[in-house]
Design a protein around this ligand. Structure first.
Ligand SMILES: C[S@@+](CC[C@H](N)C(=O)[O-])C[C@H]1O[C@@H](n2cnc3c(N)ncnc32)[C@H](O)[C@@H]1O
Length: 203
């Protein structure tokens, strides 16, 4: 059901037409810098779709970039855009909630995926996968619709979060930084987002 929905979305629309399209992943890059993440560190972009974050990371010299999405056409569009450079990226077609990571990553990046999880069960599965995938010294960069953001995206209901509400879903991590962003959709609407940068609590 989820895979069919998202495959259909990317088959029907150009990657620059979807409401979440952003020409520059400005805050993602800013938060990576804030976390002092280096080009040797591994980055996993979950539910990445056709985001240009991978392009910008490769341009900046990042060598260990993984891109996961449930929708094959979303990843194919990004691969075509990148051309030969696509071969340097680990592309993972998987449902995040059942994915079994084979390694660990320094950074877990999620823009506009967690907010589609509207049941405690799905959020618990997400957290289980995140814990299995993230290095102990890793960082989480996550963005959801803000508390006053839209209540649907891509025809699906979403949960909306103020920074403290979102942070409550990541027990054991401390918030290093919060941001509020007004995303401008290709159709001209404005969508407020909540962003968090989190690191493991020192033990
Ligand atoms: C709103 S889009 C955001 C895409 C991208 N992060 C960006 O900022 O442009 C949500 C993405 O999550 C993917 N997605 C939704 N549910 C997923 C799941 N269970 N596992 C993996 N990807 C999923 C969709 O295919 C879609 O590409």
């Amino acid at each position: 059901m989820t895979a069919e929905h998202w495959t259909g979305v990317y088959e029907q629309k150009r990657t620059t037409e979807v409401s979440w399209f952003q020409p520059e992943p400005t805050l993602s890059l800013e938060l990576l810098t804030a976390a002092d993440v280096g080009t040797d560190d591994s980055i996993l972009d979950v539910g990445a779709g056709s985001s240009v974050l991978v392009d910008r990371l490769l341009e900046r010299g990042f060598r260990d970039v993984s891109v996961l999405d449930i929708s094959p056409p979303a990843l194919q569009a990004a691969q075509q855009r990148l051309g030969q450079d696509a071969s340097t990226v680990d592309w993972i077609v998987a449902d995040l909630l059942t994915w079994k990571p084979e390694r660990r990553y320094k950074v877990w990046h999620d823009r506009a995926v967690f907010h589609f999880l509207t049941t405690p069960d799905d959020r618990a599965r997400y957290l289980d996968v995140l814990r299995a995938a993230l290095q102990p010294d890793g960082y989480i960069i996550i963005a959801t619709f803000a508390a006053d953001g839209p209540d649907r995206c891509s025809g699906l209901p979403v949960a909306r979060y103020a920074p403290n509400q979102l942070a409550e879903h990541f027990p054991g991590w401390q918030v290093l930084r919060t941001d509020r962003e007004h995303h401008r959709t290709p159709g001209g609407a404005t969508q407020p987002f909540t962003w968090l940068l989190l690191a493991r609590n020192p033990t």
